[in-house]
Design a protein around this ligand. Structure first.
Ligand SMILES: NC(=O)c1ccc[n+]([C@@H]2O[C@H](COP(=O)([O-])OP(=O)(O)OC[C@H]3O[C@@H](n4cnc5c(N)ncnc54)[C@H](OP(=O)(O)O)[C@@H]3O)[C@@H](O)[C@H]2O)c1
Length: 410
């Protein structure tokens, strides 16, 4: 098969088109003939060596859409040729064929839900303990009659402190079902859009519902607001009950784009954002900050985090991994610093990742959340796509067009 691969770390130029043997699906895996692969910041980090040195030709690519080409042992519920979208925790999307775990493969319109192999219970080999903050809060203490968990300085429920309903996608009984009992399936996505959906939607949903424990009435600030995860997060926050959603971006053009495309109330320049956010919120700040940028942006985020607020960190786009954060602003006002890493969660709690993916893709299929594909590159031009993202010039979602010999309208 043709693949865009690298065997040394470095700049975009290390990505080259090569011929590699077709991969084979193992037990519980699905082989996908890739139609489109999403391009993500995580793949820039992979290429730069943040995830370790490559061992021979390495194919990155954390999400893809396409058609089922072969089924590994124990996989049922999908057929050869079915259109699917998949999160690829081990990469491999920048190629004509990719192998995806069945648990993270989501059939598109018309196909039945993938049935998971017997014994799949969402627990990984190295942990049989509940994932605090990500698992449902099923046994919260009952409150005295009349006590609604409200504070004197706020008429809003301090999420994370009051009993949680679990939130969409968090209750185990809801794993594969919508509230009306129907299967959760991303029926409304075409292959091009679906190529850039599985990682960003699952991540955005996981950060909001899992790490940040979003509750109806929360206000949210999204850094890198015009990007793939950012654009999805803004819309998902709204769908999960946020009343105000703000963003920050690197350039004025992106602010206008993000406002128009993703329904933000306001989008501010990253430079000087605390003043702007405090002015927009009458000095209160926001309940949730989503921060994949890091560095000075992370530090300044405490200035706009309301009491009971959650600062959810999930990336280092600004590349300041050694940032020191003060603890005082956290405990003084009952704030939470919380983290999210989909790769780690996929290893330790795959059922949680699957539930988040299903919930988010269902919202995308319903039209409540829109993936805006703004750029499409050929597989051979993956390096160009990496230049765009690596320099922060991207908006919305960038995809690689890999193979459109199958009809893309699904
Ligand atoms: N933890 C997880 O599980 C997980 C999963 C997926 C993604 N992520 C993280 O989420 C973030 C967004 O990912 P994405 O794929 O959707 O990318 P993206 O947001 O579409 O693109 C990255 C954006 O980061 C911003 N940025 C800030 N400082 C930058 C710098 N020094 N160089 C380049 N870009 C910079 C830029 O937006 P501005 O111009 O607005 O600054 C850029 O457009 C990334 O940090 C990624 O690592 C984490």
């Amino acid at each position: 098969m043709r693949a865009s691969a690298f065997k040394v770390t470095g700049g975009p130029e290390v990505l080259r088109l090569v011929d590699l043997p077709d991969p084979e699906p193992g037990p519980g895996e699905i082989l996908i003939r890739v139609a489109y692969a999403g391009v993500n910041y995580g793949e820039i980090q992979h290429r730069l060596g943040d995830f370790g040195e490559p061992d021979g030709e390495t194919v990155t690519g954390l999400e893809a859409s396409g058609r089922v080409a072969a089924l590994g042992e124990g996989v049922t519920g999908v057929s050869i040729g079915d259109p699917v979208t998949a999160y690829l925790p081990d990469g491999g999307g920048y190629a004509e064929y990719a192998v995806a775990p069945a648990a993270f493969t989501f059939p598109l319109a018309g196909a039945p839900a993938v049935r998971l192999p017997d014994g799949f219970d969402g627990r990984a080999g190295d942990s049989d303990r509940p994932q605090g903050g990500f698992a449902p809060v099923a046994s919260a203490l009952p409150l005295p009659d009349g006590f609604e968990g409200r504070t004197s300085d706020s008429d809003r429920r301090p999420a994370g402190f009051a009993p949680s309903t679990g939130g969409p996608g968090l209750a185990p009984s809801a794993v594969d079902r919508l509230p009306d009992g129907s299967d959760r399936r991303p029926d409304g996505l075409d292959l091009r859009t679906a190529g850039g959906a599985a990682l960003v939607l699952t991540t955005a949903y996981g950060v909001l519902a899992g790490a940040a424990r979003i509750a109806p009435g929360d206000t949210v600030l999204v850094h890198a607001a015009a990007g793939g995860v950012g654009g999805a997060a803004a819309q998902l926050a709204r769908a999960l009950g946020a009343t105000e959603v703000y963003g920050t971006v690197g350039t004025p053009e992106k602010a206008e784009y993000a406002r128009r495309s993703f329904g933000y109330d306001e989008v501010f320049a990253r430079e000087g954002f605390p003043e702007a956010v405090l002015a927009a919120t009458s000095g209160r700040g926001v309940d949730i900050v989503l921060d994949p940028v890091g560095g000075p942006t992370r530090l300044a985020s405490f200035e706009v985090l309301a009491p009971f607020g959650r600062l959810a960190v999930y990336g280092e786009a600004a590349r300041h991994p050694d940032l020191q954060l003060p603890v005082l602003p956290i405990w003084k006002n009952n704030r939470t610093l919380t983290g999210y890493n989909i790769g780690d969660l996929a290893r330790r709690a795959p059922a949680t990742v699957r539930a988040h993916g299903l919930s988010a893709l269902a919202l995308a299929a319903s039209g409540a959340v829109r993936i805006d594909v703004t750029e499409e590159y050929a597989l051979a031009d993956a390096a160009e796509a990496h230049r765009l993202l690596g320099e922060g010039r991207n908006r919305g979602k960038v995809v690689l067009a890999v193979d459109q010999t199958s009809p893309s309208g699904v």
